[in-house]
Design a protein around this ligand. Structure first.
Ligand SMILES: [Zn+2]
Length: 322
């Protein structure tokens, strides 16, 4: 009986020891350190996704674009503006969301607390009027002005660029929170592996298609088109709310018929009315192709990866890829 008791005491002492060590190690930690998660604010879902994957429970991510809201024209509340000012890190893309740019400009945050994705990945330009009825949604050499206003912000639809964003987020988190640097880098490595697999699936899945042209609601797929040698024809411009002219609509309907396009793509967060009209007039059907600018609601089980795979399946079907 005595023996059992002392054995239990020993076990207890062993169990307590690591806790004491843990307390001691965080007691005299660096300024502001402790175990508080790093406060990160993201402009839109794709950036929040990356931060969540890399930061896990080490970060607390606040997405400025609520589910169901289209992010281009997001309007920030006073509380959100305050969250930006108060953040340890803001991940955004200059030129994508004017109100977010403004909030970051006015925040007084030091450079290390600002991660502009436009500084991380190579941006593609867009055509003069923001309309991308051109090949790949890309105006050659138009992205060398140093100003991101005229550039296409939808970089996350290219898995390779998404990987570059992941690495940049991991490095920045490692600077801000050096104690967890290894964990951030390990998580970025895991995400990179997933993105490389996704990229291979797209490469192989879209290699052999009867047509390489696809028609979208707004010009969000320039990077995807560029990565996989497809041609995007967009009904609206880079901003979803730009209205096409009657002539542009007629041109798109003609192109749908002449190029054997089977499907006019719509998206979750904007009205499908114009796409429906073009599809009806040209004998095509409609289907959803997600620009992954946000999730539809709080309860959505979708993630960046599931939505990208749904996009691949939708493109394979529409373009009759084998
Ligand atoms: Zn967009």
């Amino acid at each position: 009986m005595l023996r059992l008791f002392s054995a239990r005491r020993r076990l207890c002492a062993l169990a307590v020891a690591p806790l004491v060590l843990a307390l001691a190690s965080c007691g005299g930690d660096d300024a502001g350190g402790s175990d508080d998660p790093v406060k990160v604010v993201a402009g839109a879902y794709p950036f929040a996704y990356v931060v969540e994957q890399i930061g896990g429970t080490m970060v607390d991510v606040d997405n400025l674009t609520q589910p169901g809201v289209e992010p281009h024209d997001v309007e920030l509340t006073a509380k959100q503006m305050a969250a930006v000012t108060d953040a340890d890190l803001v991940v955004f893309l200059h030129g994508f969301q004017p109100q977010v740019d403004e909030a970051v400009d006015q925040s007084g945050l030091p450079d290390e607390a600002r991660l502009d994705v436009a500084d991380v990945v190579e941006l593609l330009g867009v055509t003069d009027d923001g309309h991308t009825v051109e090949e790949g949604g890309k105006a050659e050499d138009d992205h060398t002005t140093g100003d991101h206003e005229g550039d296409d912000p939808h970089v996350w639809l290219d898995p390779e660029r998404m990987s570059e964003i992941a690495d940049a987020v991991a490095e920045r988190l490692a600077e801000i929170d050096p104690d967890n640097a290894d964990a951030y880098r390990t998580n970025a490595g895991a995400l990179d592996t997933e993105l490389t697999a996704l990229d291979t699936e797209f490469d192989e899945g879209l290699a052999q298609c009867e047509t390489r042209t696809f028609v979208t609601s707004h010009a969000a797929f320039g990077y995807l088109a560029d990565a996989y040698d497809l041609t995007q024809v967009a009904i609206a411009g880079i901003e979803p709310n730009t209205e096409p002219t009657t002539q542009q609509l007629a041109d798109i309907a003609d192109l749908v018929e002449s190029q054997g396009v089977t499907t006019v793509f719509t998206e979750e967060l904007t009205s499908p009315r114009t796409a429906d009209t073009i599809a009806r007039e040209s004998g095509a059907t409609t289907a959803v192709l997600s620009p992954i600018e946000g999730l539809t609601d709080d309860d959505s089980d979708d993630t960046y990866l599931t939505l990208m795979r749904q996009n691949l399946a939708a493109l394979q079907k529409a373009n009759r890829c084998s």
